[in-house]
Design a protein around this ligand. Structure first.
Ligand SMILES: CC(C)(COP(=O)(O)OP(=O)(O)OC[C@H]1O[C@@H](n2cnc3c(N)ncnc32)[C@H](O)[C@@H]1OP(=O)(O)O)[C@@H](O)C(=O)NCCC(=O)NCCS
Length: 245
């Protein structure tokens, strides 16, 4: 198997280096890490855990064209999704899922550009979309689905038959009870427990989780087309009917 040259987008969280080294060590894949790219010019020329920050993302459109890329941006789900969009707009197509060798992927499906860190447990029938980030020791129990661009922080427990919709952010140690739906672009606070459905674009925290904020901002408008919104609403309605059967 040949070595794949890969570039990390976002020179922040250095855990990605350990993840790639673990994959190489286990012999699952063989990545040659060229370094980071980041649009913060102050970082250019610096080193992060011995890997250089080579320049901005535009490099992937010219000098580094053809390299594989990893989305390592996790500031917010909106920012992470915008980064993926930007990469695709400049022609980056090789965005492999990056999964720690400790993670058992049998009977699960995951999309491109999704990163899964050490110690995550995925139950049978779990599906995870594209561009998600699952941090250390997150658990997603059986038959749960995770949409696109979802950020799942360390130690999160998603119970069985849960739906986490596009762009949701689950804070460290959050717990989502069985059958709940976490709506698109919602936030569940660190250490909080969602005991019922979380409406889309809302922030929930506490035990039991309570909705403390519903966002109706520009990000929301840009992140969902009317067609997508209609699709989400139809999905929600059909899931509710299925749960009652
Ligand atoms: C929920 C969250 C997004 C709210 O952030 P915020 O809007 O900046 O909220 P603030 O920090 O201003 O806090 C507002 C109030 O909510 C309370 N609060 C905030 N987060 C809370 C949480 N997770 N659980 C319980 N209460 C919380 C604060 O105590 C504060 O209460 P007060 O008004 O009585 O003083 C944030 O606190 C959170 O949990 N983020 C997740 C962080 C994380 O896990 N990151 C992963 C790192 S790997």
């Amino acid at each position: 198997m040949g070595r794949t040259q890969i570039v990390i987008v976002g020179a922040t969280a250095p855990e990605i280096i350990k993840l790639l080294e673990a994959i190489n060590k286990a012999g699952v894949d063989e990545y040659e890490v060229l370094g980071f790219v980041d649009d913060d010019q102050n970082k250019h020329g610096q080193f992060l855990f011995n890997y250089p920050v080579l320049g901005g993302t535009a490099l992937l459109a010219n000098k580094l064209r053809g390299c594989a890329a990893i989305n390592n941006v996790a500031k917010t789900s909106e920012v992470r999704s915008n980064v993926l969009r930007k990469l695709r707009n400049i022609g980056v197509t090789n965005l492999p899922p990056i999964v720690h060798p400790s993670v058992d992927l049998r009977h699960t499906s995951i999309g491109p550009a999704t990163v899964i860190h050490e110690g995550c447990v995925l139950g049978p029938g779990v599906s995870i979309g594209e561009n998600c980030l699952l941090s250390f020791r997150a658990t997603i129990a059986h038959e749960s689905s995770v949409g696109n661009g979802v950020i799942i922080s360390p130690g999160v427990i998603v119970n069985g038959r849960v739906r986490i919709q596009d762009g949701a952010f689950l804070g460290a140690g959050a717990v989502i009870l069985p059958y709940c739906t976490v709506g698109a672009w919602s936030v569940v606070g660190a250490g909080s427990t969602a005991i019922r459905d979380v409406p889309h674009h809302s922030t929930v925290f506490g035990v039991p989780g309570r909705v403390v904020q519903v966002r109706d901002d520009a990000e929301k408008k840009s992140s969902m087309t009317p067609l997508n919104r209609q699709r989400e609403e139809l999905n929600e309605a059909s899931q509710k009917i299925l749960q009652r059967i």
